[in-house]
Design a protein around this ligand. Sequence first.
Ligand code: BGC
Length: 316
Amino acid sequence: MKKVLALVMALMLMALCGVATAEDAPKIGIAIYNFADNFMTLYRNELHRYLVEDLKIPEENVIIMDGKNDQAEQTNQIDGFIADNVDVMILNLVQTSSAASVIQKVDAAGIPTVFINREPTKEELDLSKLVCYVGADARQSGTFQGEIIAETENKGDFNGNGVVDYAMIMGDPENVDAQYRTEFSIKALEDAGLKVNKLYEQRGDWDQTKGQELAATVLTQFGNDVDVIFCNNDAMALGAYQAIVDNGRTVGKDIYLVGVDALDECQEMVKNGTMTGTVLNDHIGQSHTAADVALKAAKGEPMEQYYWVDYVKVTK
Ligand code: BGC
């Protein structure tokens, strides 16, 4: 009797402390589009830490796969999760164009799925009650970028021609984050009553090295005509910064530079003036929401279709 009592008490204590065993805790399949992505690395590490440390999911139940920027590879990983009968999936697709087929697949398998970072369309999410999107509204980040430039002393016009002459370094154009940041940053300038002139626009695929190469081309081609370099993310802005320095230009003195994400390095640069501004892409809020929603869904609770996390403007 004493033994039974001790066992019951031990189990109650485990439940109270939230310690789950691998068998009773949900199994979570997580697919990240590319482990090499700076921002998604912060996101992935926080998602793992939060699930394991704060939510006490046993480490072996949190399976995270690297899609290596290859949709075929990631589709295999998702098929693997389904075959493995995971309780819930958190998916950061390589190609958003594959969303419909992935949604049909997870719906047929009956596995609730939380999409993160790369937003499927509303029509795609409508295909199943078992899916949702957790993310930030990219229109907001673009608007903040434009506002940061509109709020500068010379309103984004160094060369004094009455126009904001800009270069746009885009992420992967299939991604709504890239589309909306490109569109809404310029819309915010126009909404502030400013005239704009697009000198250059190219895809840099979120990549620092490509950001540097493209910015170098811009500066060689257009020289002092360039007032602002907009980058759809901070990784590319870090690359662009290097090109600006190599070209003998100075941020804040003869050119402006903005990104999105608020990587630690870029927050420092905003503080010391080597970057004009950035926009916090809240990987902590997003990863925690994704994990919380996923765990509820694994218990069979219904999900809403969208969960939004705000961006935050970052200036000096
Ligand atoms: C981030 C980028 C990242 C991309 C990956 C965006 O929201 O701002 O830094 O490369 O997501 O999909």
